[in-house]
Design a protein around this ligand. Structure first.
Ligand code: PDD
Length: 280
């Protein structure tokens, strides 16, 4: 195991020395939230948006943010290495209680953990990936970036076992997002992504893409995508901080469009890569 330095509750320590109690609420209940923040050449990407989403997630589980924005930046910055493209994983749990009890314990400190990993270019970026559709089995607060990810991992695993890289989650006849990504589709020439709701995580990559579409006069809308509509889409993409914008070239063993990354993806991906560089 790579023995990098990680942050745990106020200390920078080697990964193999980072330990939390078995009574931690994160371990016992999945009682916590997380963030994944990309960093290009040592510059955290849209960090204020990620910290705002962290704040929203903490509010969603009624946990006080243990740190101010400035403190978060002070904590995260020493973990970065400007030679690499990386991502920070940070997690806040409700802390270590004296006994296992579902109700919130009183007067305990949150557990704060952060580590940094190199981004390994995702193999599907230029060729596209295969996806399957599955019934969304998750809970009703998907807008909270909760560490409780059993639904997501079971869906992703089902995709992998079917030779696919992602699962598109279908709720009441509508495609909401991927197991660990947001979804976009080009339908009748219009770039479409579901509007924000408690059925999806409000992705930071998603927001950046919509902003780029707006500024570059690419027709787009935030609207429901029915399963029937996505089956007829000329392009489908999944987006996330670690994989960026990945074309889906096959859905449920059927080609999407011509089975290759499409022209709208080419345009937006180019704009996205240029935008990333412009921030350095
Ligand atoms: N996941 N929806 C879900 C369910 C996700 O897990 C993610 C990202 C996204 C995309 O959000 P963003 O663009 O802000 O990364 C949407 C991260 C990368 C993860 O869990 O590792």
């Amino acid at each position: 195991m790579e023995n990098k330095t990680v942050y745990l509750n106020g200390h920078y320590i080697p990964l193999n020395e980072a330990k939390v109690s078995v009574l931690d609420r994160g371990f016992l209940f999945g009682d916590g939230v997380y963030e994944v923040i990309p960093s290009y050449s040592g510059h955290l990407f849209h960090v204020q948006d990620h910290l705002q989403r962290l704040e929203n997630s903490l509010t969603g589980i009624r946990l006080t943010n243990p740190h101010s924005r400035e403190q978060w930046l002070t904590i995260l910055t020493p973990l970065l290495d400007s030679q690499f493209d990386q991502y920070i994983y940070l997690q806040v749990t409700r802390g270590v209680a004296t006994k296992r009890d579902h109700a919130f314990p009183e007067n305990i400190a949150a557990t704060v953990f952060a580590m940094c990993s190199n981004i390994v270019a995702f193999a599907g970026l230029n060729d596209g990936i295969k996806a399957i559709s599955v019934d969304d089995s998750r809970w009703q607060f998907c807008n909270i970036k909760a560490i409780t990810l059993l639904g997501n991992i079971l869906h992703r695993q089902e995709a992998i076992e079917n030779g696919c890289a992602e699962a598109l989650l279908v709720k009441d006849g509508y495609v909401v997002e991927g197991a660990a990504s947001n979804v976009f589709a080009v339908i009748d020439g219009i770039l479409t992504t579901p509007a924000k709701s408690n059925s999806i995580l409000p992705g930071i990559t998603r927001d950046v893409i919509l902003d780029l579409a707006r500024k570059n006069n690419i027709p787009y809308k935030e609207d429901n995508i029915s399963f029937t509509a996505i089956q007829a889409a000329s392009e489908i993409w999944v987006t996330s901080s670690t994989r960026e914008i990945i074309p889906v070239v096959e859905l449920d063993s059927k080609l999407v469009g011509h089975g290759k990354p499409g022209p709208v993806w080419q345009t937006i991906n180019h704009l996205f890569q240029t935008y990333k560089k412009s921030l350095l």
